[in-house]
Ligand binder design. Structure first.
Ligand code: HSE
Length: 306
C-alpha cells in the first residue's frame, strides 16, 4: 500500500478532575489526512482548508512524530502528509493530537503495522511536545485507542482503557483561542494536600462510576478543585454554562482540555440537545461566536479509510 486516508477524531482531555491522565474520544469532529510513502528520507507537510499549519515538519505536530518514526526505523523512505484540518487549533478538543495520532496511525498502516498502539502513542507525543512544550498523552491515547483512557504514567507508558456506559457529549467552542502552553503556564506548581485528597477521590470516583454505569457517581466526581478555578477565568460565561447545563439535565462537565471549549456529558440524546440550546443561548447573549457539537463517544479512535 502506498497511500491512505485517515479520519482522526477530536478528543476531550482531563475529563475535569483527571488533569493529564484521563481523556475521551469523540465521534465528531475529525480531521481528514492523506498519507503517502516517499522513496526519499523526508517528510513533506501540505495543508488544505482554513487553518494554516507549519510546513516545516519539525515544527508541525504531524511532522515531528513522523521524523521520530523514520529515525527509529532508520528508514530510507519518507512520508507526504496532506492535512485537511477540521478541528480548529487552540480549540481545546485535541487538534494537535489529532494531527499527531492520525499521522502515526496512517504511517504505521503504510509500513505494514510494524508498531503497537503503545509505540504509536510514544511517537505521537513528540507532536504534543511541539504544540505545548511538554509530552502528555491524554488526547493522544484516546485518539489512538478510542473510548475513555486512563494514562496512569507516561514514563514508562501505562495506558488503561476504561469501559463506559452510553454517554452523549455536548461541546461548545467559543471562537477565542487559548494556547495550551499558556493555559499550562498560568497553573500553580504546588497544590494543597486537602485539594489533592479531594481531587484523587474524584478521579477514583469517576473511573468507578464509568465502570459501574453509575451516572450519579460520574456526576458527583466531575469536579476539579485544582485546575478549573484558575483556567475558568479565561472562558467567558463558564460558570453560567456549567450551572445551567446541569439544570437542563447534564450529568456534569467542565473545561475540555486546556479550553476554551466546554463539554457536558448526558445520558441521552434529548438532554444533550437541550444542553446545546443552553450553551447557544448563553453565547448568543454574551455576543461571542461559537460552534457546538452534539456527539457520542468514539469507541475505535483513528480510522483508516483505504
Ligand atoms: N492535559 C492537557 C492540559 C490537555 O490540560 O494542559 C491539553 O489539551
Amino acid at each position: 500500500m502506498k497511500e491512505i486516508t485517515i479520519h482522526s477524531p477530536a478528543t476531550v482531555a482531563n475529563l475535569v478532575c483527571g488533569f493529564d491522565v484521563l481523556g475521551l474520544c469523540l465521534e465528531e469532529p475529525y480531521d481528514i489526512m492523506n498519507l503517502s510513502l516517499l522513496d526519499k528520507r523526508q517528510v513533506i507537510i501540505k495543508t488544505t482548508g482554513d487553518y494554516p499549519l507549519p510546513a516545516d515538519p519539525a515544527l508541525n505536530t504531524a511532522g515531528a512524530p513522523l521524523l521520530e518514526m523514520i529515525s527509529a526505523l532508520d528508514m530510507d523512505a519518507g512520508f507526504e502528509v496532506t492535512i485537511s484540518k477540521q478541528i480548529k487549533p487552540g480549540s481545546g478538543i485535541g487538534s494537535s493530537a489529532a494531527s499527531a495520532a492520525g499521522a502515526v496511525v496512517g504511517a504505521n498502516e503504510l509500513l505494514g503495522n510494524v508498531f503497537s498502539k503503545e509505540d504509536l502513542v510514544r511517537f505521537a507525543m513528540f507532536g504534543e511536545k511541539v504544540a505545548s512544550g511538554v509530552k502528555h498523552a491524554d488526547n493522544i491515547a484516546p485518539c489512538i485507542y478510542g473510548g475513555i483512557t486512563l494514562i496512569r504514567s507516561i514514563f514508562p507508558l501505562d495506558i488503561i482503557q476504561i469501559p463506559t456506559p452510553s454517554l452523549f457529549v455536548t461541546v461548545v467552542h467559543p471562537q477565542i483561542e487559548i494556547r495550551t502552553s499558556d493555559a499550562r503556564e498560568i497553573l500553580r506548581k504546588e497544590v494543597l494536600l486537602k485539594d489533592a485528597i479531594r481531587q484523587w477521590g474524584n478521579i477514583a470516583g469517576l473511573v468507578a462510576g464509568l465502570m459501574k454505569n453509575d451516572y450519579d457517581l460520574i456526576g458527583r466526581s466531575l469536579e476539579d478543585v485544582i485546575i478549573e478555578p484558575i483556567r475558568s477565568i479565561l472562558i467567558p460565561g463558564f460558570h453560567e454554562i456549567k450551572r445551567q447545563c446541569k439544570e437542563a439535565g447534564a450529568i456534569g462537565g467542565g473545561i475540555s482540555g486546556s479550553g476554551p471549549s466546554v463539554f457536558m456529558l448526558s445520558s441521552n440524546e434529548a438532554t444533550a440537545i437541550s444542553v446545546e440550546l443552553v450553551m447557544r443561548s448563553i453565547y448568543d447573549r454574551i455576543g461571542l461566536h461559537y460552534h457546538t457539537y452534539v456527539t457520542t463517544i468514539n469507541k475505535t479512535g483513528v480510522k483508516c479509510i483505504v
